[in-house]
Design a protein around this ligand. Structure first.
Ligand code: FAD
Length: 178
């Protein structure tokens, strides 16, 4: 691979010339991966909690689907302490009083009960969406929109829809093949 094809910034002036900040220009803007985007600065965050940890894989597939959904929304991914302790998000992506403090416009909490020590780190978002099977959870009470459903199932369906949109026809073809 050519060296200049590997990076998004290149020298504008001749080699060795004095740098003039006025000459700088944006060559490319790269969107960070949801699992790497700066949580504390993110305008949209999608956070997964212990409600995703069930199943034989301990929640790995549910968190992969969560990342796919977050990528489609341009959101950063975080986790509760339970998710971080289960190893499904990096410890530094734990949201809450003793983790990262976020202040997004949109906060989507999936399988998160909304414990006080979690909510203490979530700022004052304009929009809060909670997905939980318990309609009485504190997270539901804090939400503008609550979806009472099985969270891993919802994420799997959303991720499937996103994949079908990216490669239209494959799902219908598969049904037709049977
Ligand atoms: C000193 C101290 C500091 C702490 N700091 C933090 C912190 O910074 N951040 C933090 O997150 N926590 C922190 N905690 C822990 C905190 O008190 C909670 O225990 C934690 O936030 C709970 O995480 P959770 O919501 O993922 O899990 P839970 O409270 O167990 O909630 C899981 C939710 O998932 C739902 N659910 C289960 N299965 C499904 C399903 N199949 N579909 C849909 N919903 C489902 C349940 O109804 C429930 O609402 C701290 C605790 C202490 C003592």
């Amino acid at each position: 691979m050519r060296p200049e094809a590997r990076c998004s910034v290149r020298r504008i002036g001749p080699a060795g010339a004095a740098r003039d900040p006025g000459e700088a220009r944006v060559v490319a803007v790269r969107v960070p991966e949801p699992g790497a985007a700066d949580l504390s600065e993110a305008e949209r965050v999608v956070v997964g909690g212990a409600g995703l940890l069930g199943g034989p894989d301990g929640g790995a597939a549910a968190f992969a689907a969560l990342s796919e959904v977050a990528r489609a929304l341009g959101a950063a991914v975080g986790g509760t302490r339970a998710a971080a302790e289960a190893g499904l998000v990096a410890p530094e992506r734990r949201v809450g009083a003793t983790g990262v403090r976020v202040s997004p416009e949109l906060h989507i909490a999936v399988g998160v009960s909304g414990a006080p020590r979690y909510l203490a780190g979530t700022g004052d978002p304009a929009h809060v969406v909670a997905v939980d099977r318990d309609p009485g959870s504190p997270m539901m009470a804090a939400a503008d929109l609550g979806l009472v459903t099985d969270a891993p199932g919802l994420l799997a369906a959303l991720a499937r829809m996103l994949r079908d949109e990216a490669a239209p026809g494959t799902a219908a073809d598969a049904v037709g093949d049977g």
